[in-house]
Write a protein that binds this ligand. Structure first.
Ligand SMILES: O=C(O)CCC(=O)C1=CC=C[C@@H](O)[C@@H]1C(=O)O
Ligand SMILES: [Mg+2]
Length: 325
């Protein structure tokens, strides 16, 4: 079932939520929320994305609001703590937002910082989580192959579960993968999946060991499930810094993955200073529930975007809807 544009716009609400901490260069997260027959759903491509890329996020939003969910194989999802590129002094405070999480994903390769900053942050995360905890790092493709090899050799001493998108291109990932084969640190692809015209190319090229999959950029829960099955690699379901409504979409996807061996990047409600529901999907005892969330009208009002931003999002939704055809 495909809703009309009027149906979409009827319930659309735009919010601007403050982040508890600066993450990927932003302090505020804008999102458009709307209600379909299945419940509340979210359309929140980052503001700098063009319409072609953003239209996959709209397909996801419609899928979650209007389609029957896939069978859930679990009722809660183990999640990782997400540690932005903060100073060592801030690490305990950030991790306190992720009670019970045994895995920490540490952001590295932040512009303006050095490898020593990354090593110090990863070491602080290791101290906080203990020897049995798992640590993964995410470079968002910002290292070249030499920088990546050097950094991973240094960080591997702190014991890494995997390194996410160390370099930008599939060719670099493939080269790096053979260079660091002796270390036994797997490579996970994120941007090479969610921002690629062909999300399976990285798997086919043998350039990654693990795929990070996000429901919104991949066109929705059903599309992401099909893609994961076709890729045949282990997956980690992650968020796009969504509100709890989008996190519920991610949880629905994670619940339907047959083999889910890695903790998922779906604990990010802890990075928001406000949410759209009175019962946010924040990590509790290291997990989030698989459930839809009820949006609170009072919170929609309190965090309502100003008129300009609301009109911008509604126009964006309309353009993306037309692109979906
Ligand atoms: O995977 C996680 O722990 C949380 C999600 C996360 O890190 C991200 C969400 C949204 C945008 C990205 O820059 C970032 C990522 O690169 O994985
Ligand atoms: Mg990533």
């Amino acid at each position: 079932m495909h809703p009309t544009l009027d149906e979409l716009l009827q319930t659309a609400r735009v919010v601007t939520l403050p982040l508890a901490r600066r993450f990927r260069g932003i302090d505020m997260r804008e999102a458009l929320l709307l209600e379909g027959p299945q419940g509340w759903t979210e359309f929140s491509p980052f503001v700098e994305y063009g319409d072609a890329e953003a239209s996959a996020w709209l397909a996801a939003s419609i899928d979650f609001g209007w389609s029957e969910p896939p069978a859930a194989l679990r009722s809660s999802i183990r999640v990782n703590a997400t540690l932005p590129a903060v100073s060592v002094a801030e690490v305990p405070d950030v991790l306190a937002g992720f009670p019970g999480c045994r895995t920490v994903k540490v952001k590295v390769a932040e512009r303006g910082q050095t490898l020593s900053d990354d090593i110090a942050r990863v070491a602080a995360a290791r101290d906080a989580i203990g020897a049995v905890g798992r640590i993964r790092v995410d470079a968002n493709g910002l290292w070249n192959v030499d920088e990546a090899e050097r950094a991973i050799r240094a960080l591997a001493e702190i014991d890494l579960e995997y390194v996410e998108q160390p370099c930008a291109s599939i060719r670099e990932l493939g080269e790096l993968r053979s260079r660091i084969a002796d270390l036994g640190v797997p490579i996970a692809a994120d941007e090479s999946v969610r921002k690629a015209s062909d999300p399976l190319a990285v798997a086919r090229a043998g350039a990654a060991d693990i795929l990070v999959i996000k429901a919104q950029p991949l066109g929705g829960v059903h599309a992401a499930l099909r893609m994961a099955a076709e890729a045949g690699l282990p997956v980690v379901v992650s968020s796009a810094l969504d509100t709890s409504v989008g996190l519920a979409m991610g949880a629905q996807l994670a619940a339907a993955i047959p083999d889910l061996d890695f903790d998922c990047g779906l604990g990010t409600a802890a990075l928001l200073a406000a949410d759209v529901t009175a019962a946010p999907l924040r990590p509790v005892a290291g997990s989030i529930d698989v459930r839809r969330v009820q949006v609170d009208p009072e919170l929609l009002d309190r965090y309502s975007a100003d008129d300009d931003r609301r009109d911008w999002w509604r126009a964006r939704l309309e353009r993306c809807w037309r692109l979906l055809g």
